[in-house]
Each structure stands twice: as structure tokens, then as C-alpha cells.
Design a protein. Structure first.
Length: 446
């Protein structure tokens, strides 16, 4: 382990030279058989992440951050995936850490069983049927402290509780629910976050350089710079449905995907809507330069087993050349990848749809295109729900080559909702869902 600053380090290389002994010893390889082809696209390879105790992982990066990991293993790295340059190597990012929901007096409480967990950038290598951690970078504030995954503001975020939903935890303005990741040419990283929602610029060593948030958020008390540079309409984001997808276009511009439609003018409208938004951000200008309306397919088309429109989400966007993107529409059980092209004529930034007094709102329109909204045209590339061997809850997608995609699932750290998530001793009752990298070959390429 090579420290960057006092009490701060990175997990380096592979099992022999890099990981602390306790952490290396905890790695357990597990293989998964390649599934038979289904339709035109097919799974050609699957690899599984070994079991790494979350406390050992976290404390190797920032000593003392996790006192009791309650038996939770490293997971959640499937929030996104980005090619690291060498074959089989990828940058991934965890989300805010283990969390769940427990009902108390008929109301759901958000639980954080490992509140000291610090979201991290994790570099992995696919070796045969195993996913190895070869590097890890903790996300830190300007003074080198953990950002944590705890919610920011009492006025707009869910209240955090202990693992059993019995004791309130403190909010943390530095907290991030990280999702998408890309790496810039200078070695720094860009991440997106669901709380703000926000776009986060992070140094190559994990220090938050700037967090870009919606105008009017008034996030105070952070130990890093915060800039209100995103449209104020995003203040209405649905809880836990902020930014999740992030892509880097060839010229360096970023595309941010709002996971779900905004609840405008109210929650019912948002839950019923099939129209969400993509933003284009220029790192050079440090500003949003375009906004696009994206229309989901009906939920029962994306997932024939689902009839609740609010289950539709965008979890990943991938640049595939020029201004073209792969956009993942999904539920927790199924996903479809659509190809779109961003164009100037589709830009709605700054028009009436960015005014939260507009009635009906963009989200309320049954047919936005018929009302003159330049909705992004799209073409289905692959229905992953029909490809045998693809796991549920795919949140990360990377382009390997013209014909192949690497998919990573979010296993939620083995967490489930409800009081049964932990046993009588407060130890995790693991769901058994593992983090996997699944390679899918497309018949026609991209």
C-alpha cells in the first residue's frame, strides 16, 4: 500500500503485491458458467468478484473509517464501469454503500448499517472467471477526510438510520451517492451523484475538486468547493433518482442522465411519466451547454413482468462515437439498450420546459413530440432481458470493441430490505447475489 497523505492510501496491484494480507486472504474466486445464446446477442463470458470484507477494504484505504462492517462484503461496484486502457481492466465506482429500508409504524426508514463507509473508485481486472480488485481510490474531501455515503440535507433527503432503523444518524453535507464514472485525459475522474443531483470532479487520487449542483440548492458545510452550475429545475429530482448515467463524448464533453422523470408538478405526475432528461456539460466552460428530452418505452415493453411505470430508470449511458450514445432503459429485472444521436435541434436548454411553473410540465405530456418537443429519436440495439445469462439490475456498461459490451450488475452489497436483512447478532443475512462482469456479443456491432 502506497500512502498519498498521512493515514490515506490506495489498494495497489493484485493479490500478491498490492492488497493488505488480511484483504488478500479474504478473496475467494468463484466461477459462473457461460450461458447458452438467446436470440442474436449472446453472453460469451462471465466473471465474478471474490468476497472481500468491507471493513478490511475500507480501512486499508482510510484507516479507522469502519469499526464494524456487520459481515458485509465489498459490493456495489457495479454502479458504473469504464475501460481502464488495458484489456480486461476497468474503472468502477461504488455507490453510497450498504443501505436498505425498514418499515417502522408503517413508514419506511432508510438504513445505513456501515455509516463510516467511504465511496471508492475501484479498478478491477477480469481474469478467467474471476474479477480481481487491483487498485482502489477513496473519495476524500479537501482535507483528506472520507466523504461518506450519508445524505446531505434534512430538507430534501431521506433521514439516515442505523442498521435496525432504531437510531437516527447525522446528515453529512460531504456525502455522495456516486453512480456514473468516466476518466478524463489528464487522469482525473468525473462522477455523478444522486443526492444533489450533482456532477463531481475528482482528482486522480480521489480528492473532490469541485461538486457541480443545481442553482438554488444552497448546500453548505462542505469540505470541498461547491458550484451551482446546473439548471434549477433539477432541484425537483425524485428522491434516490438523481443522476445515474454518465458518458464522455470524444471531444471531452460529458452527458449526464437523470435516472427518472422529475416529479413535476407532483409525485403522481413523475411516477406516471415516461419522459426524463439528459444534460450536456462542458468541462472547459464548466457549464451545461445542452439539454435533451428522452422518452422511455412503455414499462411492459422494457420488462413484460412489470406494470409500474415508475420502475423505469436510466442507469447507464455510453459514448459510441461522434454524438452517439447507448442509453440503458431498465427495471431491476430487465434492460434494453437504445442508440440515440444528440443534435442541436434537439436541445431544450433554457426554454419553457426548464421553468417549473410551466403547465402542463414536460413530464405531464402524453406525447411530447406531438406538442413540439424535440424528443431524441432512438433505435433498439439489444434487449438484454432476452439474452440468457444476463443478471438483473445492470447499472454499468462499457464498450469493449465494435461487437462486445461489458456489463456490471449492482448487487447492493448483498443487502435486502426489511427487518430480516440482519440476524439477531446484527450480522448481514446475505442475499447471495454476486457482483459479475458479463460480456455480451452483439450480432451487428455498433
Amino acid at each position: 500500500m502506497s500512502p498519498h497523505t498521512a493515514g490515506r492510501g490506495r489498494v495497489h496491484r493484485s493479490l500478491v503485491t498490492g492488497l493488505p494480507v488480511a484483504l488478500a486472504a479474504a478473496l475467494v474466486a468463484a466461477g459462473t458458467a457461460t450461458a447458452a445464446p438467446s436470440g442474436d446477442a449472446r453472453v460469451v463470458r462471465t466473471a465474478t468478484l471474490g468476497e472481500i470484507p468491507l471493513g478490511a477494504f475500507s480501512n486499508a484505504l482510510l484507516p479507522g473509517t469502519v469499526g464494524d462492517d456487520r459481515g458485509v462484503k465489498l459490493g456495489g461496484i457495479g454502479s458504473d464501469v469504464y475501460p481502464a486502457g488495458r484489456e480486461g481492466e476497468y474503472w468502477t465506482v461504488t455507490d453510497r454503500g450498504p443501505n436498505g429500508q425498514i418499515k417502522v409504524d408503517g413508514k419506511k426508514r432508510r438504513t445505513f448499517p456501515v455509516p463510516g463507509f467511504d465511496p471508492a473508485i475501484v479498478k478491477v481486472r477480469v481474469c478467467g472467471d474471476t474479477v480481481e480488485v487491483i487498485d482502489a481510490i477513496p473519495l476524500t474531501t479537501s482535507s483528506g477526510k472520507a466523504v461518506t455515503g450519508l445524505p446531505n440535507q434534512q430538507s430534501r433527503d431521506e433521514a439516515p438510520y442505523t442498521y435496525d432503523a432504531g437510531t437516527p444518524l447525522s446528515y453529512d453535507p460531504n456525502g455522495l451517492d456516486t453512480e456514473g464514472i468516466v476518466r478524463a485525459a489528464d487522469g482525473s475522474f468525473w462522477l455523478v451523484d444522486e443526492y444533489g443531483p450533482s456532477l463531481v470532479h475528482v482528482s486522480a487520487r480521489g480528492k473532490v475538486l469541485t461538486r457541480y449542483v443545481p442553482e438554488g440548492l444552497h448546500l453548505t458545510g462542505t469540505d470541498y468547493p461547491v458550484v451551482e452550475a446546473l439548471p434549477s429545475i433539477l432541484l425537483h429530482r425524485k428522491i434516490n433518482r438523481g443522476f445515474e448515467g454518465l458518458a464522455q463524448l470524444p471531444g471531452g464533453d460529458l452527458v449526464l442522465a437523470l435516472q427518472s422523470p422529475l416529479p413535476l408538478p407532483d409525485a403522481d405526475a413523475g411516477d406516471a411519466s415516461r419522459t426524463t432528461r439528459l444534460l450536456r456539460f462542458s468541462p472547459r466552460k464548466k457549464a451545461v451547454t445542452a439539454e435533451y428530452a428522452y422518452r422511455f418505452d412503455p414499462v411492459n415493453v422494457v420488462d413484460p413482468s412489470e406494470d409500474d411505470t415508475s420502475e423505469l430508470k436510466i442507469s447507464s449511458v455510453v459514448a459510441v462515437g461522434g454524438n452517439r450514445l447507448l442509453v440503458e432503459e431498465r427495471t431491476d429485472k430487465a434492460a434494453r439498450l437504445q442508440l440515440v444521436e444528440l443534435s442541436r435541434r434537439s436541445d431544450i436548454l433554457g426554454d419553457s420546459w426548464d421553468d417549473d411553473t410551466t403547465s402542463p410540465s414536460l413530464e405531464q405530456l402524453d406525447d411530447p413530440a406531438a406538442q413540439g418537443v424535440p424528443v431524441l429519436a432512438k433505435r433498439l440495439v439489444v434487449d438484454l432481458g432476452k439474452v440468457a445469462g444476463v443478471p438483473g439490475k445492470i447499472e454499468g456498461i462499457a464498450r469493449v470493441d465494435r461487437d462486445t459490451l461489458a456489463l456490471v450488475n449492482d448487487n447492493d452489497f448483498g443487502m435486502t430490505d426489511g427487518a430480516g436483512a440482519f440476524d439477531a447478532q446484527g450480522r448481514l443475512v446475505d442475499s447471495g447475489i454476486r457482483t459479475t462482469v458479463t460480456y455480451v456479443r452483439l450480432p451487428k456491432g455498433l
